[in-house]
Ligand binder design. Structure first.
Ligand code: CU
Length: 147
C-alpha cells in the first residue's frame, strides 16, 4: 500500500513539476481572432475616445489612408483645421466642400456615431491639424511625408 501511495505521489510530483517547467514554453492556441492591428490590416487607425484622439501626432506617407474610429460615447466629426471653417487642407470652407463627394477635403462633413469610423486618404504632404467639429477641444495632427 505504501508503495502505491509513493508511486502516486511521484507521478503527481512529475506532472506538476513538468507543468511548471513547461508552461512558459507551451503556446496555447489563441481563443478567437487576434486583435486587429495596423500591421495586419494595412490600415492606419486613429482612435477617438472620450479623452480625444490617439495616437497624435501620427506620421504616414502620401497616399496612405487613416481610419478614424469612434470609440467614444459621442458623435465624432473629424475635420481639418481651422475650426469652424476647415479650410487648411482643402482651401475651401465646409459650406463649399460638404458633402465631400470627391473625398479630398479632409472633412467628415457629418457626425460619425460611436462604434462607427471614417477614413480619409492623404494626398498632400504636410502637417495637417484636425479636430472634432462637435467638440473642438479634441484635436490632433497627421504628418504626411513623401513616400
Ligand atoms: Cu470645426
Amino acid at each position: 500500500m505504501n508503495k502505491v501511495v509513493g508511486i502516486i505521489i511521484a507521478v503527481v510530483v512529475v506532472l506538476v513539476g513538468g507543468y511548471f517547467l513547461l508552461k512558459d514554453s507551451i503556446q496555447l492556441p489563441a481563443l478567437g481572432l487576434p486583435e486587429e492591428s495596423p500591421e495586419m490590416t494595412g490600415e492606419t487607425v486613429v482612435t477617438y475616445m472620450d479623452t480625444g484622439y490617439a495616437p497624435s501626432p501620427l506620421t504616414i506617407a502620401v497616399g496612405e489612408t487613416v481610419t478614424f474610429r469612434n470609440e467614444s460615447s459621442e458623435a465624432m466629426w473629424t475635420a481639418s483645421a481651422m475650426h469652424p471653417t476647415h479650410t487648411v487642407y482643402s482651401g475651401t470652407a465646409l459650406e463649399e466642400h460638404c458633402p465631400d463627394i470627391a473625398g479630398d477635403a479632409f472633412d467628415a462633413c457629418t457626425g460619425i456615431q460611436p462604434g462607427d469610423e471614417w477614413s480619409f486618404t492623404f494626398m498632400k504632404e504636410g502637417t495637417w491639424n484636425y479636430h472634432n467639429h462637435l467638440n473642438a477641444s479634441h484635436f490632433g495632427s497627421i504628418v504626411v511625408t513623401a513616400e
